[in-house]
Ligand binder design. Structure first.
Ligand SMILES: C[S@@+](CC[C@H](N)C(=O)[O-])C[C@H]1O[C@@H](n2cnc3c(N)ncnc32)[C@H](O)[C@@H]1O
Length: 206
C-alpha cells in the first residue's frame, strides 16, 4: 500500500468518526448484525477461551466484545491504521493491546507464531488498485504470525451488487482460496452466511 493511499484511508476514517461517532457506521459496516455475523463465522475456526488472538484492522475491537458475549475470553491484540479508532478501542479495552499502524509496521515486534489465531474482518474491502498484492502479503504475514491458523473475510466479486464498487474492492473466492492453498493445504471457504461476502479459514494442522 503506498503512502498516499494509506493517508487517504486514515483521513477517511477520521472523517467517518467525526461524522458518525464511534459506531459501526464509522467502520462502514452496513449494520451491527452483519458485523456480528462476520465475527461468528471468523470465530468458527475454533477460537477458544485462553487463546491469544491478533485482530488486524480491529476497528473498535468489537470482536473482543463479541467473543466475551459468547463466553470466550482471549488474550487480545488489535492493530488498526486509524488513530481515532485505535484511541476509542484502547479506551474501551484498557487491558488489551491496541496498536496504531498497519501490520507491517510491527514486523520487528511480532515473531513468527506469536499468536494462536490471527483474524481480519473488513480490512481487505478498501480498493488499493494493486491487483490484490497487498492483501496477499497481509494474508501470508498473518499466517506466519499464527500458531493454529488465520480467518479473514472479503467482499465477493461474483456478487452482482459488487460490480459497481468504486472505493471498495471485491475478490474472486476461488482465486483467493488457491492463493491461500499455496500457503497451507488446510483451507476452507465459507460463503453461505451473507450475500456478497466470503470467509477463508486457514489452518496449520488438519
Ligand atoms: C470495515 S472496518 C472493520 C473493523 C473491525 N474489524 C470490525 O469488524 O468491527 C475496517 C478497519 O480496518 C482498518 N484498516 C483499513 N486498512 C487498514 C490497514 N491496511 N491496516 C490496518 N488497519 C486498516 C480501518 O481503520 C477500519 O477500522
Amino acid at each position: 500500500m503506498d503512502a498516499a493511499r494509506k493517508q487517504q484511508l486514515i483521513d477517511m476514517h477520521r472523517d467517518a468518526v467525526a461524522l458518525h461517532g464511534c459506531n459501526t457506521d464509522a467502520l462502514h459496516w452496513a449494520s451491527r448484525g452483519e458485523q456480528k455475523l462476520r465475527f461468528k463465522v471468523l470465530a468458527g475456526i475454533g477460537i477458544r477461551s485462553g487463546d491469544s488472538l491478533l485482530d488486524v484492522g480491529c476497528g473498535f475491537a468489537d470482536l473482543r466484545d463479541w467473543l466475551r458475549a459468547h463466553a470466550i475470553e482471549v488474550n487480545y491484540t488489535g492493530v488498526d491504521l486509524s488513530p481515532e479508532i485505535v484511541a476509542e478501542a484502547a479506551r474501551r479495552h484498557p487491558d488489551a493491546a491496541v496498536l496504531c499502524g498497519e501490520l507491517f509496521d510491527f514486523d520487528s515486534d511480532f515473531a513468527p507464531k506469536s499468536f494462536d489465531w490471527v483474524v481480519c474482518s473488513g480490512m481487505f474491502n478498501w480498493r488499493l488498485r494493486d491487483e490484490g498484492a497487498y492483501a496477499c502479503r497481509v494474508i501470508a504475514r498473518m499466517f506466519e504470525l499464527s500458531r493454529f491458523g488465520v480467518a479473514f473475510n472479503m467482499l465477493d466479486a461474483r456478487s452482482r451488487s459488487m460490480r459497481m464498487l468504486t472505493e471498495l474492492v471485491a475478490f474472486d473466492p476461488d482465486t483467493v482460496l488457491e492463493y491461500c492453498g499455496s500457503i497451507t493445504p488446510d483451507c476452507t471457504c465459507l460463503n453461505d452466511y451473507l450475500a456478497g461476502d466470503f470467509t477463508i479459514h486457514m489452518r496449520r494442522f488438519a
